[in-house]
Design a binder for this molecule. Structure first.
Ligand code: SF4
Length: 239
């Protein structure tokens, strides 16, 4: 990990509760030392950077990637679509990044706003366009099981994957973690009730059954909606 925390406060995420929207960047020298140790000890040259968002500022990314370049490694990482710029992606590519993950979540501006994601669909499209200038794969992170899932959002997600030619897609089943806004203020989010047993059970992450009951539709219909996207991802061998 290069950093901890995230300054955003997406309503579905546990990061704001864990890190109180504070970001701590690790000193570059400490990262370089750890990577060198791993290379020497295990002869490993491929890494997965697990940070919430280490690409927040160009200055840090430049300082870090200038050092990573010297290590002859390959890695993948994630960022937010509104933090993708030409200069940042260039730094990532030149230092060995070969895949960037983007939290797309759902292809619908109204829902993104309700989720307090602070991104738009056009920003997501623009981010992919920038990354595509480099030989870097894109991985999308989507969520289903949301209280705003609809036939339209599922088809929008599919269209987005098709038109932007995603290399990898990961889908997660929404879990309202205790403490996050969707857990606390559930009525505001169309949530009638939360299956409490599921809140701490990450193993249920991939189940095709929502972890909530909605105020506006029976669970059977919600499952039918989720299944549209799920079946598409299976058919395309993303899952
Ligand atoms: S989803 Fe990503 S951007 Fe949003 S709060 Fe969590 S870590 Fe930050």
């Amino acid at each position: 990990m290069f950093s901890r925390g995230c300054p955003y406060k997406c309503a579905f995420c546990s990061s704001p509760q864990l890190y109180h929207q504070k970001v701590r960047l690790r000193p570059v020298s400490s990262i370089v030392k750890e990577i060198k140790d791993i290379i020497e000890t295990y002869n490993v040259r491929q890494f997965r950077i697990q940070d919430d968002t280490f690409t927040l500022g160009y200055k840090y990314v430049k300082e870090l990637t200038d050092e990573l370049k010297k290590l002859n490694i390959y890695y993948r990482c994630s960022t937010r679509v509104n933090k993708v710029t030409d200069e940042i992606i260039k730094c990532l590519y030149e230092s060995g990044c070969r895949e960037v993950g983007l939290g797309i979540e759902v292809v619908n501006d109204d829902v993104l706003k309700k989720l307090r994601k602070q991104i738009t669909v056009s920003q997501a499209e623009k981010a992919v366009e920038i990354i595509r200038k480099y030989p870097i794969a894109v991985r999308y992170f989507f969520m289903i099981g949301l209280p705003f899932d609809s036939y339209d959002t599922m088809h929008n997600n599919i269209d987005f994957i098709e038109t932007t030619q995603a290399d990898n897609v990961v889908v997660g089943n929404f879990i309202p973690f205790p403490g996050n806004d969707m857990y606390i203020n559930r009525a505001k989010y169309n949530i009638k009730s939360i299956k409490e047993s599921s809140c701490m059970n990450i193993a249920q992450h991939l189940e095709l059954r929502p972890n909530i009951l909605r105020t506006d539709m029976p669970e059977e219909e919600h499952i039918k909606i989720m299944k549209i996207f799920y079946d598409y991802l299976i058919m395309k061998k993303f899952i």
